[in-house]
Design a binder for this molecule. Structure first.
Ligand code: ADP
Ligand code: MG
Length: 510
């Protein structure tokens, strides 16, 4: 499919923006044609959000010009940009939780009758827009009660209500489940088919390949590639984003499993029923499944963060079924949680302090205390090994980007050299360049003889790393495959509840 050759909806010429110490945009040219879905890609810090905030009148450029629908534009505020037909959905939504969907959609642009807000008209308007654009949502629902995917719809409806012809979405799928993301792309495609223009800011390759017409890639504030999606590939985009060849979706050679490290039989907890599995030294066992099928609950129960109500768990032959999280750590378990903010790290503490956490009883400590010089040296070593971008070990963890925080967390947990590592979504929100590094580190950890239990929503990650793949469906482990049997189709089917073989039967053959 060739992308539309229509007139430009947006033209940015020579946009330059300098922040203290950073050239965020360096003479950027960007042309977005009417009716296309244009992906603006780049790793974290490449300058995407800055460029969009200049286009949207939120930030002033140091140099350059903006044209919208062929007209010279010099927006002093987002309301100027809106008046010119632009609309932006920000990374964090700007809705009123206590108001209804209809109230949010028409907010500050309310239909009025005799000077009063016409609520019936507002509800009607939302229904019309929702129907026209396939954005089904109940106009009377309270926004605070809606899941993230629907709140995003409300943001889009709000822009359409104000007549936006060009929609800018900044990392819209960062907060969505795969199914919600698919639904969003269906909506964006139909908006583009009606002649609206979509600028999609993202660093996710797959959705760009599936959902865009053209791609502009930024690196270090500069445009490094302009591509037609149908004529490019994930490898080419990844190489442009990172500045080097990246081997995507690499399938690592299998490990050499040794003795059983983790033995779980019939584990039951809230959300998990009678799960049985083993993980051996030198082996990565992957758990695949659609989010919400009990994977997180299983890992939390194994980490000691949720009570085990049935079954038995042993770690290195010790019964840990009812052990506390601390006892499990001391017994040889390390854990990289899915939620790196709430559970994994302390934002106010420094990078060095975060990296030292949990090390009070290791070689780093001296009589239970952590000597500052040792903590700093330990931090420097991990910052280097994992390529954590932090200006100094003393900066607070809250100053790190999501991807760098993830590297910190994984680095800290691997440094424990625990016999068993539980790791959930190790590369969610992480740049492609860094994903490869994290994968290599996990494989090296396995090859050093550690056992790894991996939960990931990315099938390519599971297939690339795991020696054995288990599938969870509705709280149960419903299938088990060896590395060579675990192709996308087989796993996809099992994840949808169509496993053809019982895990138990497969285990018996092993
Ligand atoms: N308000 C600001 N003050 C200082 N530096 C900023 C500001 N906004 C962005 N930057 C810096 O500009 C660069 C580009 O950031 P950004 O546009 O947010 O990138 P992206 O959206 O591609 O991740 C980064 O180095 C970032 O730290
Ligand atoms: Mg950004």
């Amino acid at each position: 499919m060739t992308p539309p050759q229509a007139d430009p909806a947006v033209e940015l010429r020579g946009i330059t923006k300098r922040f203290p110490g950073t050239l965020a945009n360096d003479a950027v040219d960007l042309t977005v044609r009417r009716g296309e879905i244009h992906a603006l890609m780049g790793e974290n810090g490449a300058g995407k959000s800055t460029l969009m905030s200049i286009l949207y009148g939120m930030t002033r450029a140091d140099a350059g010009s903006v044209r919208v629908d062929g007209r010279e534009a010099d927006f002093a505020s987002p309301s100027d940009a809106m008046a010119a037909g632009l609309g932006m959905v920000h990374q964090s939504f700007k809705l009123f939780d206590s108001l209804s969907v209809a109230e949010n959609v028409v907010y500050a642009a309310e239909p009025r009758r005799f000077g009063l807000v016409d609520r019936a008209a507002a509800r009607r308007r939302v229904r019309e827009l929702a129907e026209e654009h396939g954005l089904a949502v109940d106009p009377d629902a309270r926004v605070g009660d809606l899941p993230v995917g629907l709140r995003q719809r409300v943001e889009i409806l709000k822009l359409l209500h104000r007549g936006a012809r060009t929609l800018i979405l900044d990392e819209p799928t960062a907060v969505l489940t795969p199914a919600e993301a698919d639904a969003l792309f269906a909506v964006l495609k139909s908006l583009a088919a009606q002649g609206r223009t979509v600028i999609l800011v993202t660093h996710k390759l797959r959705e760009v390949l599936e959902g865009s017409d053209r791609v502009t890639v930024l690196r270090d504030g500069r445009v490094v590639a302009r591509l037609v999606t149908a004529e490019t590939s994930a490898d080419k985009i990844a190489a442009a984003m990172t500045g080097r060849a990246v081997e995507l979706d690499r399938v690592h050679a299998p490990g050499t499993p040794g003795d059983v490290v983790l033995d779980v039989s019939d584990l039951t907890t809230d959300g998990v029923r009678e799960a049985s599995l083993t993980v051996r030294a030198g082996e990565i066992v992957g758990i695949a499944g659609v989010a919400g099928n009990g994977q997180s609950e299983l890992i939390e129960a194994l980490a000691g963060l949720r009570p085990t109500t049935g079954g038995r768990v042993s770690l290195l032959d010790a019964d840990i079924t009812h052990a506390s999280a601390t006892e499990r750590r001391l017994g040889g378990l390390a854990y990289v949680p899915e939620d790196r903010h709430a559970v994994g790290t302390a934002p106010a503490a420094s990078v060095a302090e975060n990296l030292a956490m949990g090390h009070h009883r290791t070689s780093l400590s001296s009589r239970g205390l952590l000597p500052p010089a040792g903590v700093r040296a330990h931090a420097r070593q991990l910052i280097d090994r994992f390529g954590i971008k932090a200006s100094a070990p003393e900066v607070p963890a809250s100053a790190l980007s999501g991807g760098n925080l993830q590297k910190l967390l994984i680095g800290r947990e691997l440094a424990h050299e625990a016999p068993l590592l539980l790791v959930e979504q190790p590369t969610r929100g992480v740049d492609i360049g860094a994903i490869q590094n994290i994968h290599d580190q996990l494989i090296a950890y396995r090859d050093a003889g550690h056992a790894v239990l991996l939960v990931s929503a990315e099938l390519s990650e599971i297939r690339g790393l795991a020696d054995r793949v288990l599938v969870m469906y509705e709280g149960r482990i419903t299938a088990s495959y060896d590395k060579n049997e675990a192709d996308e189709r087989t796993l996809g089917l099992a994840m949808a509840g169509g496993a053809t073989r019982e895990a138990a039967a497969v285990e018996a053959v092993d």
